[in-house]
Design a protein around this ligand. Structure first.
Ligand code: B12
Ligand code: SF4
Length: 466
């Protein structure tokens, strides 16, 4: 059997400022490996000669590379435009192109027009069949992987990517029962919280060469007692394996509610968590459902402190542009994050992503002006205000975002936070790197907003100024 060549490609989006690795060395800490492609490579039989190309580290000169037999492209919605350019390049050479991932699942018809085959949902159970069909010349137009059995999730091929990343990546669970209105996760991975066998996770962790690892799970600990029990078992197993790695993960605030869980996480190498607080206002929290029940009535500052006492950094994430948000929201978010005592703050514009309840709602209300698709998808990065917001014009919301970032990432603000993490011996260098990375992007973000406002002001606001 002759070797067949497979290229797995992660397309870039030049508008995503965090990916501009060369512009700021701190950005290296914010570029993450395309785990989907490493998982696909793990499912690919040995007769395929497989290469993963991550355009975030530089766009390869595809025409100078050997001609592949098959190309697989992954894409979030924000990468769809570039994905189609890459697909077009290879299809013009007569190479068949398969696309999968979240955008292909949510916008199936659009994607089908631009590639030879689409794999919707999770590909773990079906990718070997797609490859075999391609090899036999009988590739179908559409495959659906459904929700994978977690025992089918292979060990990802961590060996196939270059050493240009600060973090490795791993996944231990899929699915989320909370179904927040703006988020695609429940629609894509389902509400059922599925966990990989712990020995598989430990084994894969051992194969990661980076010292720092991002656990990509949407909620590493889950919400129910049996999820928490499994998380504890996982942490015990990771600690027993003496991995000597530090990892960061996403969790909900109930992470703070169990001292044993926190102690085990820290012992297993947890050095930071991203927690979505979403809104400083109860009205805002109620608006998107899901996590409201976990956050309402809670002393969030005390919860954050409990996590930090275990030397785990807390990065807080908020959304701007909720219907409850009025002028002054930027300062209010920065002030709330400061009061909560988070080590980093990440604020994103409320963005209707295809396949979410928010998309349906905003679409029916005529609140999605950037709807020349697929071209406009490149702005769906959550770092551009692509919708019409209830109480904020385009200029207002941009101004609020700038004021929020400038307030939180002011030099005295960074100094206070880093000093605090020095004092508590809580990963001060990581805290410094994170804060400088955000601060380093302030000017670039402002330029990007100005360009967006010049180009799209009329379409978004009809020229309306507040
Ligand atoms: C890790 C992660 C990131 C990393 C990206 C790492 C990378 N790939 O480069 C970082 C932090 C950089 C990131 C950034 C963003 N992200 Co993100 N991210 C995730 C997260 C948490 C996990 C993704 C992951 O690695 N999963 C593990 C792998 C194994 O699963 P998978 O990707 O789904 O792949 C499986 C299938 O989809 C399929 N598949 C995937 N690709 C392909 C390709 C082929 C050919 C085939 C056959 C199959 C296939 O097979 C795989 C195995 O089953 C998801 C949430 C989620 N649950 O998906 C959000 C998520 C993907 N992100 C999201 C968003 C919005 C963003 C941002 C736009 C905004 C932001 N700031 O968060 C940015 C912009 C990125 C960009 N380049 O434009 C949304 C995407 C929604 C959408 N419609 O696009 C998600 C779903 C989260 C959400 N709350 O809705 N993200
Ligand atoms: S809790 Fe997080 S992953 Fe789950 S639906 Fe809400 S935002 Fe998405």
């Amino acid at each position: 059997m002759h070797a067949v060549r497979l290229y797995l490609i992660n397309p870039c989006n030049p508008l995503v400022s965090i990916l501009k690795v060369k512009e700021s060395r701190w950005n290296r800490y914010r570029v993450w490996k395309p785990l989907s492609l490493m998982v696909l490579a793990g499912l690919t039989p040995a007769e395929w000669e497989t290469s993963i190309m991550d355009e975030n580290l530089g766009v390869p000169d595809y025409s100078a590379l050997p001609r592949p037999d098959l190309v697989g492209i992954t894409a979030f919605t924000s990468q769809a435009n570039r994905a189609y350019e890459v697909a077009d390049h290879f299809r013009r050479l007569g190479v068949r192109v398969v696309m999968g991932g979240i955008h292909a699942t949510m916008c199936l018809d659009e994607v089908l027009e631009r590639v030879d085959a689409v794999v919707t949902r999770e590909a773990d159970g079906i990718w070997p069949q797609v490859l075999e069909d391609a090899r036999q010349g009988r590739l179908q137009r559409r495959y659906d992987g459904g929700f994978a059995q977690m025992t089918d999730v292979p060990l990802a091929r961590h060996d196939l990517l270059s050493r240009g990343y600060a973090f490795g990546a791993i996944q231990t669970t899929r699915g989320c029962p909370l179904n927040c209105s703006f988020c695609s996760v429940t629609a894509f991975n389902g509400a059922h919280y599925r966990q990989r066998p712990i020995p598989d996770v430990v084994c894969e962790f051992q194969s990661i060469r980076e010292k720092r690892v991002l656990v990509v799970d949407d909620n590493l600990i889950g919400t129910r007692p049996e999820h928490i029990a499994r998380a504890k078992d996982l942490f015990r197993a990771l600690a027993r394996a003496h991995l000597r790695k530090e990892w960061i993960a996403q969790a909900t605030i109930n992470f703070a509610d169990d001292e044993e869980l926190l102690a085990l996480a820290a012992k297993a190498g947890c050095s930071g968590v991203f927690i979505g607080f979403e809104s400083p206002a109860p009205e805002g929290l109620r608006e998107y459902g899901g996590k409201f029940s976990l956050l309402k009535g809670r002393d969030i500052r005390a919860s954050v402190r409990r996590i930090q006492r275990h030397k785990i950094l807390v990065a807080g994430s908020f959304i701007m542009g909720l219907d409850a948000d009025e002028p002054g929201i930027g300062h209010r978010i920065a002030e709330t994050a400061r009061r909560y005592g988070v080590d980093n703050l990440n604020v994103l514009f409320l963005t209707p992503l295809p396949g979410t309840r928010l998309w349906d709602q905003m679409k029916s209300q005529g609140r999605i002006p950037l709807d020349t698709l697929p071209q406009d998808w490149k702005y769906y990065t959550l770092t551009y205000p692509v919708a019409r917001y209830q109480h904020l014009s385009l200029d207002d919301i941009v101004q609020e975002m700038v004021s929020c970032s400038e307030t939180f990432y002011s030099v005295p603000g960074i100094f206070r936070r880093v000093l605090r993490s020095f004092w508590h011996r809580r990963k001060p260098w990581i805290s410094l790197a994170g804060n400088l990375s955000y601060r380093g992007n302030l000017r670039r973000d402002a330029e990007a907003y100005a360009c967006f406002q010049r180009q799209w002001g009329n379409r978004v606001d009809g020229g309306k100024k507040s």
